[in-house]
Design a protein around this ligand. Structure first.
Ligand code: BT5
Length: 322
């Protein structure tokens, strides 16, 4: 019933009186008032004015399952949390318990968001999207790299079609706008020799942040900072789920080259001078391409052509940020 009240408020830009809502839903005005308060507790900003009624502020929509279900009716099972340490960690726990081959874990806030190679991903706020997809594909473990590339494509399509933002992929896992990082992706896997138990694709997308902590202020950006608009994060998750469903289907059907072609469309141009950080070693190189497994091919300063996987290195120098 609470969500029927919300749906009515969501479908109008005018005030709705308590009487109109109570007549339509066949319950008392006191019951409506209780539902309104319960929605406010969930984070919905609902104005109330005597003799006019209630108005939902649509620029301040909270992240709830209801918001996601408004825009996604697909088969991915949704697990929603108010707070977690890391959606990737939570997703791994859930992956062990479910039989479905895909699920999504998302949280309003993340206290210990993780990046690659033990780095921190700042996500202890309620302005971004912190989420992790769980997949149980029947493909060989060595093909798992494609998930990071596929997720990058899914995010870029969402940004292009829903937010009208021209974002680029920086291999292996960053989505950037004008040289600043908007989104990071962390893919983790549990597997045996010839079988994947599960893959977790964690995505952190900066959405409505007005600013960032000092240590990443110069390298991070948000959709709000780029467009001046606030976004309904539930709607973005819904759109992303459809895009992820699409690329997952491509992976299952072994249409890997289609994903790589799309990836190249969104990627920063190759031929860039970079520094590869591999453990304590630093290697100067120029990017050439990515191969059919999604690994980066580079020409090193000594003229040698080498291929690197995403898990083993980090790169600096593309578009001037580290
Ligand atoms: C990543 O690592 O970019 C992968 C980030 C994945 C985050 C998601 S959120 C949901 C899921 N749950 C998790 O715990 N993680 C995933 P990496 O390439 O290692 O980049 C980390 C670096 O990005 C840091 O060292 C900072 O320089 C920078 N950084 C940290 N927080 C950022 C933010 N919010 N926006 C942009 N850059 C950030």
């Amino acid at each position: 019933m609470k969500y029927e009240v919300l749906t009515m408020l969501n479908h109008t830009d005018k005030y709705l009186s308590g009487e109109t809502i109570s007549k339509k839903l066949g319950v008392s005005r006191t019951a409506i008032w209780k539902h309104i308060n319960s929605l406010r507790n969930e984070g919905y900003k609902i104005l109330s004015v005597t003799n006019k009624g209630y108005l939902l502020e649509k620029e301040h929509l909270p992240l709830t399952n209801y918001q996601v279900l408004q825009s996604y009716e697909g088969k991915t099972k949704l697990y929603f949390f108010n707070e977690v340490n890391s959606t990737n960690t939570k997703a791994k726990e859930i992956a062990n318990d479910i039989t479905a081959d895909k699920a999504l874990v998302y949280s309003k806030i993340q206290h210990q968001g993780r990046g690659r190679l033990g780095r921190t991903f700042q996500s202890n706020n309620q302005a971004g999207l912190w989420l992790s997809y769980v997949y149980k594909p029947i493909i060989p473990p060595e093909k798992a790299t494609i998930f990071t590339l596929a997720a990058s494509v899914a995010v870029c399509k969402l940004l292009e079609n829903t937010c009208h933002v021209d974002a680029k992929i920086k291999w292996p896992n960053d989505i950037i706008i004008k040289g600043k990082k908007l989104c990071g992706i962390l893919t983790e896997m549990s597997c045996e020799m010839d079988k994947i138990n599960y893959i977790v694709v964690g995505i952190g997308l900066n959405v409505n942040q007005l600013s960032f902590d000092d240590n990443i202020r110069n390298i991070a950006t948000s959709l709000y900072l780029e467009t001046g608009q606030k976004y309904d994060r539930g709607l973005l998750i819904g759109g992303l789920c459809y895009n992820m469903d699409y690329v997952y289907e491509q992976i299952i059907c072994n249409k890997i080259s289609d994903i790589i072609d799309e990836w190249k469309k969104y990627a920063l141009p190759m031929g860039q001078m970079i520094t590869i950080h591999k453990g304590k070693e630093q290697i100067q190189a120029t990017t050439i391409d990515i191969n059919n497994s999604g690994h980066l091919m580079v020409k090193e300063a000594n003229g040698q052509v080498n291929t690197y996987q995403s898990g083993e290195i980090s790169i600096r120098g593309i578009m001037g940020y580290s």
